[in-house]
Every structure is written in structure tokens, then in C-alpha cells.
Design a protein around this ligand. Sequence first.
Ligand SMILES: O=C(O)c1cc(C(=O)O)c2c(n1)C(=O)C(=O)c1cc(C(=O)O)[nH]c1-2
Length: 562
Amino acid sequence: MMAAAQVGAQVTTDAINKDAATTGDVLTWGLGTQGQRYSPLTDVNAKSISKLVPVWSMSFGGEKQRGQESQPLVHNGKMFVTASYSRIFALDAKTGKKLWKYEHRLPEGIMPCCDVINRGAALFDNLVIFGTLDAQLVALDQNTGKVVWREKIDDYAAGYSYSAAPLIADGLLLTGVSGGEFGVVGRVEARDPKTGKMVWSRPVVEGHMGYKDGKENGISGTTNATWPGDTWKSGGAATWLGGTYDAKTGLAYFGTGNPGPWNSHLRKGDNLYSTSTVAIDVKSGQIKWSYQNTPNDAWDFDGVNEFITFDMDGKRVGAKADRNGYFYVNDAATGKLLNAFPFVTKTTWANGIDLKTGRPNFVPENRPGDPTGPGGDGTKGKAVFAAPGFLGGKNQMPMAYSPKTNLFYVPSNEWGMEIWNEPVTYKKGAAYLGAGFTIKPLYDDYIGALRAVNPKTGKIEWEVKNEAPLWGGVLVAGDLVFWGTPEGYLKAADAKTGKVVWQFQTGSGIVAPPITWKEGNDQYVSVVSGWGGAVPLWGGEVAKKVNFLEQGGSVWTFKLNK
Ligand SMILES: O=C(O)c1cc(C(=O)O)c2c(n1)C(=O)C(=O)c1cc(C(=O)O)[nH]c1-2
């Protein structure tokens, strides 16, 4: 076990690549660029956890609160944490004392689809870098909070925004875009993290040109091969959850969102590379492989979910719990599908994934109908009931993997929706859906379930149900799994058995992933609390399960009271 990267030291590529093993700091979103969210620390364990108590809590303040989805970073005794409305704070990690804060000035017309959230920052050298709701990147000096550079990702008036934590891969700053509901063009971009200067740009909608060092770097795929007419020009596939990186394969893995518009009859074809995992060679900026989870998606099954690489049977593979309700294992180097199984109780749109062809076995009658086809009246197509609903078997909340138990811990939800299609045409800056929907719970007693998933057998080893939908990510710390609930609890369970051994009420709903690190003799656990995100905005009939929850906005930090 290694301690922190040298105190006072600047954040290097080497330190970032070792982040998963160094317990004295948290340099990356995901506790390591592979995104396993696993820490080898075991001071806090099933025996000692009854002594885990808060040491400080710090409020983000302000008149505006809303969803807080940020994963904090810790380096050199400082915590860096982003907050709603494009704010970032630096705190003393031991005491919570505020060192500086930066509030980005947002224009009136921003168009984030799903709350004014931010999921975290990236550290590189002396900088802390985060993205804003008006689609900009801001790099600040870690010590002073002074802006060092600022770059525009794209035009917020066309629907672009930014919500993910940036990723540092092989010394480059990798970012995606949000805006899939407005017909933007999804892409992954690499910049020099010291200056913000663009190195390469790789569109993930087939037909668009990529660039490297200011020169054309080849079209992604083949224009019009999987998109009819001009539909590829506003194809969506937003890379809104960011990505992971594995130094062993040299590939960055980005999930891609739904194709635009939602009405699938307006874009017949597979619509590459929407709702896929796309593996990009970080050096060349080229797509090395892609695997599409939901070809010709009709249910808003964004495939943005994190692709977490790990070793299975001596081979480097990656796993993704997709919004469409299936859990996938692909070869990390080639993308070949190795395993796929549902991790939720009901998937109406497909009845399995064919491991030979890699394609879903669609249930055609469960696709929402064409408004101009049978059962449609020109303005509305045949409505269907679909599960999961569009908020997904899993959404933005990242899962975790334990190399000790070889299990994935998946925050999943059980819900469905009534969905129908409508005609729509693309207009810059306007919602580009062509669909209507109402979300409904599947069961009376729960929507959320934290599930321990065996990636080899597809077996759910244990689950802990939750009445409200789970919307916070997961951490494995030694032999314990930590996660938060909208009801406000930070919970810990035995990673092997799922027995809940501890919980603490944070005062507002948790929709963010916890972290842990060790400084001196103390292991710390931190989590951000503040109810919000997509559920209160789009939850339909789920509202009655969550409309009593209060907003908030604070960081909580715990350690053992010895
Ligand atoms: O297509 C997109 O660009 C896009 C972006 C985002 C986002 O940036 O947060 C979400 C979604 N889609 C989305 O479909 C969704 O369900 C969602 C939930 C959340 C959230 O933070 O709670 N964001 C987003």
C-alpha cells in the first residue's frame, strides 16, 4: 500500500496512473482512471465502523441549491469539490475550513437538461480543472483559486452544456459534451491540461470529421452508413458522463448518449456511435473499437454509463451497467462482447443479448410506434409500456468494483414508462425529442436497489432495496461498500454479504459518490449531500416517492472516534 503522492508535489501523470493504489489522496474521479472506486484502506471496517463519526460539515451556501452530484478530490491536504451552478470550493481536508471558492458567471440562457449539477473536477500539475453549465472549461490554481485558463467547449445557445468530471489520460485533458436532448454532436476532445489548447477532437456521431493538431484526422465511420439523409448532422450521442482510461490498453472509454431525436422512426438504422461504448486511442485520437448497447435506440437509453476495466480470467476486460437494464462485459482491447445479462427485473425492449452477434434480441411490438405508421394518427404514434423507463436501470451514479470480492456494486432502479412518439424537426437550441412519456414505479415498496453483481455468472449475490430511486454513486473501502440515498442516509454494508452495518443522516438527499483517503493515522470518508438531479424534474409518477425530500448542499467528512 502506498501513501500519498509526495506532499507539496504537483500532480503528475505518474501519480494519476497510481491513484487507485495511493491511499493518501484522491486525484481522480473514480479513485483511479479505471473508475473502480475501490480503496484498499481497512481501518474503517465492520468492527470499527460504529465509531465512525462526522468531523466536519461545510455548506455550499448561496440562495440556489439544487442537485449536488460532485465527487470531491483530495491532494496536499486540500479538498476540491464542485457544487451546483458551476461553483468550485477548496477546503482544508482535515477541518473543512474554506480556503477559496470560485463562482462561474453563468449567462441567462443555459440549457442543461437535467438540473444544474456538476460531478467533479480533475487535477493536473498545480491546476484544478472543471467544466461549466455554459459549456466552458476553467482551470484554476490549486493554491490561490485564480483562473489560469478558460476555454469554450461549444455554444450553450445550441444546447451544449457540461456536467461531467474531466479525465486526465496520458497527460491529456479529456472531456465530452452534454446536450443530447438538443441534437448536438457528441464528441470526445483532448487538450493540453496546462494551457487548454486543443490537441484532438473525435466526434462519436458517424459521418463527422475528427481533428488533430488543427488538421483533419479522418471521418468517424462512414457518412450515411447508419444514419439516413441529414440526420447525422444533429445526431446527439452526447458524451455527458465523461470517461475512464486504462494505461494498460492506452484507450479512453467513453459512453455515448441517445441518438436525436428520441423518435427512432425518423432515423432508421443503427445510428452509430450513439448508445455505445467507444474506445479511443489517446495518442491518435482515433476510435479503436466501439460496441453498441442499444442499436436504433427508441427509449432514451443513453449508453453513457462508465466502462470500468478489471481483470477476469487473466484477461483485461471492462464492464458497464447500461441504462437499458443489461450488464455488459467486453474485452478491453478489442471490444468483443464476452458476457451480457440483465441487472434489473424487467426489460421489455429486448429479451436478452445474443452473445454471438453482440446484438439485442429486440421485442418489436415494444418499440413506440411511428406516428405516421399503423396505430398512429400523424401526430401521435402507438404508446407502449417500456421497462426500464428512460431514467434507466442505472443513470449517472457510478458503480464500484472490488478486486477482493470480484463483484460490482451497482446502484440500480426498477421503473418503467409509458412512451409514445410524435413528429419533430431539428431547430437549433430547441428540445429535439419527438416523444412524450410518463415514468412509473414497477413495485410499491421500492424503486432503488444496491446490487452486488457477479460479472462472470450474472448472479446478483445480494441486494439492499431502497424506497426512493438510488441516485448516488458507490465506494468500496476495503471490505465495506458505501453509498448514499435520496432519503439522506450515507450507508455502509459488508461487501460480501450486503449486511448494512452503519448509516448516518446527512440532512438532504445524497446523489453523489463517496470517497475515502488516509492522512496521518486517520482514515477519512467524505460525501456530498444535496438532493436533486433528473429525478425531481422528470420523475412522473415517481414524484410521490420523493416530493417530500428537502434540498441542501454540503460536504460531510467522517473519521473514527478513537
Ligand atoms: O443527453 C445529454 O446530453 C444528457 C446530459 C445529462 C447531464 O449532462 O447531466 C443527463 C442526461 N442526458 C440524461 O438523459 C439523464 O437522464 C440525466 C440525469 C442526470 C443527472 O445528473 O441526474 N443528468 C442527465
